[in-house]
Design a protein around this ligand. Structure first.
Ligand code: DAH
Length: 315
């Protein structure tokens, strides 16, 4: 028992003595009371001393520069590192910025309008199911693709069209899908969206932009090809594939689907207040994770969200 506790016990015991005063003859009560009071004062003084001694023991000064407590082995220092996806995302954005694209940030919580209506998904159309969207109890949608930002990008930069310029924006963002997770599917991943509008935008220009992007990112010549696709927000729509470069394990026959793209549907332009008889645009969107996996010869997308430090620290 500590000194403080012991003294508190003594005090308690002493306090319970006071009741005995009643049983004493009146002439003896004064002396008895005075004696108890003197004892009490003594205990209280000792208690105060013991308490302040205990406090000063507890509040030991801390040496914030010490690597660890005295006599303990020095722990291995784990300094944080940048997440590899963020480092790669910067490179991606840098390449597009070099081509004159502005950069917008995407939302991590969005709504039905930006996810579907503004992108020309008809009400109750089965294409809505294809995105396996999560929903919050309040009815918000964690975006299933960065295309949810298209409407905002078109509106925000619409003025530059009126001033005789173009809209050129890329929008990286974190996206969420209610998917079964496996080596090639994650519920949370990153995409980068691109939106370009001018008086005479063409698909040829788009493929030029995308080929330049892939060649810059992988630092070598990259062959691309397209196959037809379907997205409600583009017409025509396509999927863009790149040939797996030999330096990344390709044998001249491996084509990888990298993104979806197409000419922006007139309804999407009009919904953002852009006259679709005067302006045309193209847009694309694709996963960052896949891009990075290929670059680093990795084959499991789950590592990125796993929090596995030994994996993350390799970068
Ligand atoms: N958002 C589509 C997806 O995640 C990809 C996409 C397709 C984006 C066509 C576009 C586009 O901007 O024009 O599957």
């Amino acid at each position: 028992m500590s000194d403080v506790e012991q003294l508190k016990n003594e005090l308690k015991k002493l306090n319970s003595e006071y009741i005995k005063i009643r049983e004493l003859p009146p002439e003896a009560r004064g002396d008895f009371g005075r004696e108890l009071n003197a004892k009490k004062q003594d205990i209280l003084q000792r208690l105060a001393k013991a308490e302040s001694a205990a406090e000063s023991v507890e509040i030991k000064p801390i040496d914030i520069s010490a690597p660890c407590a005295p006599n303990e082995p020095i722990p291995e220092l784990h300094l944080g590192t940048r997440h590899p996806l963020m480092t790669e995302l910067d490179k991606v954005i840098g390449i597009y910025a070099g081509m004159g694209f502005n950069v917008m940030e995407s939302n991590q919580l969005d709504d039905e309008f930006h996810m579907f209506e503004a992108l020309n998904f008809p009400q109750d159309h089965p294409a809505r199911d294809g995105y396996d969207t999560f929903r919050t109890a309040e009815g918000f949608i964690p975006p299933a693709h960065t295309s949810t930002m298209q409407h905002r990008a078109l509106k925000q930069y619409r003025k530059s069209l009126e001033q005789g310029g173009q809209i050129a924006v890329v929008i990286p963002g974190r996206v969420f899908r209610n998917e079964d997770v496996d080596a090639t599917h994650e519920h949370t991943f990153y995409q980068c969206e691109g939106v370009f509008v001018s008086r005479d935008a063409t698909m040829g220009q788009m493929f030029g932009v995308l080929k330049h992007f892939f060649e810059s990112y992988y630092g070598q010549a990259i062959r691309i090809k397209t196959q037809p696709g379907y997205f409600p927000f583009t017409e025509p729509s396509a999927e863009l594939l790149i040939e797996k470069p030999a330096s990344l394990g390709g044998k001249g026959d491996g084509w990888l689907e990298m993104l979806g793209c197409g000419m922006i549907h007139p309804n999407v332009l009009e919904a953002a207040g852009i006259d679709s008889t005067q302006y045309r645009g193209f847009a694309w969107g694709g996963g960052i994770d896949r891009l990075v996996l290929l670059k680093y010869h990795l084959n499991d997308v789950r590592y990125f969200e796993s929090g596995k430090l030994d994996f993350l620290e390799e970068f």
